[in-house]
Write a protein that binds this ligand. Sequence first.
Ligand code: ATP
Ligand code: MG
Length: 332
Amino acid sequence: MGRLLEVKNLRTQFKTFDGIVKAVDGVSFYLDEKEIIGIVGESGCGKSVTQLSIMQLINRPGKIVGGEVWFEGKDLLKYKQHGPEMRSIRGGKIAMIFQEPMTSLNPVLTLGYQLAESLILHLKMSKEEARKRAIELLGMVGIPSPEDRIDDYPHQFSGGMRQRVMIAMALACNPKILIADEPTTSLDVTTQAQLLELMVDMVHKFNSSLILVTHNLGVVARYAQRIYIMYAGRIVEEGTCKEIFKRPRHPYTKGLLRSVPRLDVEGERLIPIEGLPPRLTDLPDQCAFLPRCPYKTEKCSTSPMPELRSVPGEGHKIRCYVDIPEVDYATV
Ligand SMILES: Nc1ncnc2c1ncn2[C@@H]1O[C@H](COP(=O)(O)OP(=O)(O)OP(=O)(O)O)[C@@H](O)[C@H]1O
Ligand SMILES: [Mg+2]
């Protein structure tokens, strides 16, 4: 398996009245071919901004101020935001499903038109070929009688159906990478689960890789091979899915595991993490999780932000000074 995407030390900031928001502050991660990774963290920790930066979809007052995004031997950040290279990558080799489906479907164009448009642009299909393929794609994502629905407008579909269409759109051009940013949050749990299943299924069918962005650890537990936990614009823990669930070492990850419903544990008690994430305009010099950390020590308050460091376990790293006793999460 080859390395498909490698993000190195990515930094993205927003200039606001309150100061500079360090939304993404030195994030590094990679994605292998046909791999599924999870990016997890509470609201506002920089998950979406990270993904939008990869696609160069950051606009003023935001700016990518540092880092590299390696894809197929090229650093994508070297390309101009609106240049031909990025335009052909967006929606072509790298596709994204956004948090809110209506923001990426155009309400005044039929689904058939929107699907075909992308096929014609990226795969250079003829109009007829594109229409045929569009119908096929709608069928693949479970839209009943797609040949009758293809000339409908987005509002004629239910929320769940629109999400299916989004999946079809995203995969239409056989992307190498699909980025799914909490694609299912506004839907009921059963529909969410079905859509996720469909998406993963389609990703396998298309031999694509998937970046799953979510605050639900249950979701990643089921599908991801590796997990990155984000807090206040940085990665605070990373490792294989197995490792993170069996031996979480960062206090924040432990907190997340206790506070987020999991699909694989029934009747669990949920305990929220106390306190709130810090404001990204005035981050402390120390560990950003310090004020909320139940394990903090003297060293944590007197030392700078810890670096990511390796701990036992395949590819397991934490940004934390404290070595938390290894307890099996299942017994907590
Ligand atoms: N256009 C903007 N202007 C100013 N700040 C912004 C802008 N967009 C994002 N931010 C800030 O960047 C930080 C990271 O936001 P981001 O959307 O990446 O969070 P997230 O992890 O995706 O959260 P959620 O789980 O709610 O989607 C937040 O503090 C947010 O307020
Ligand atoms: Mg987000």
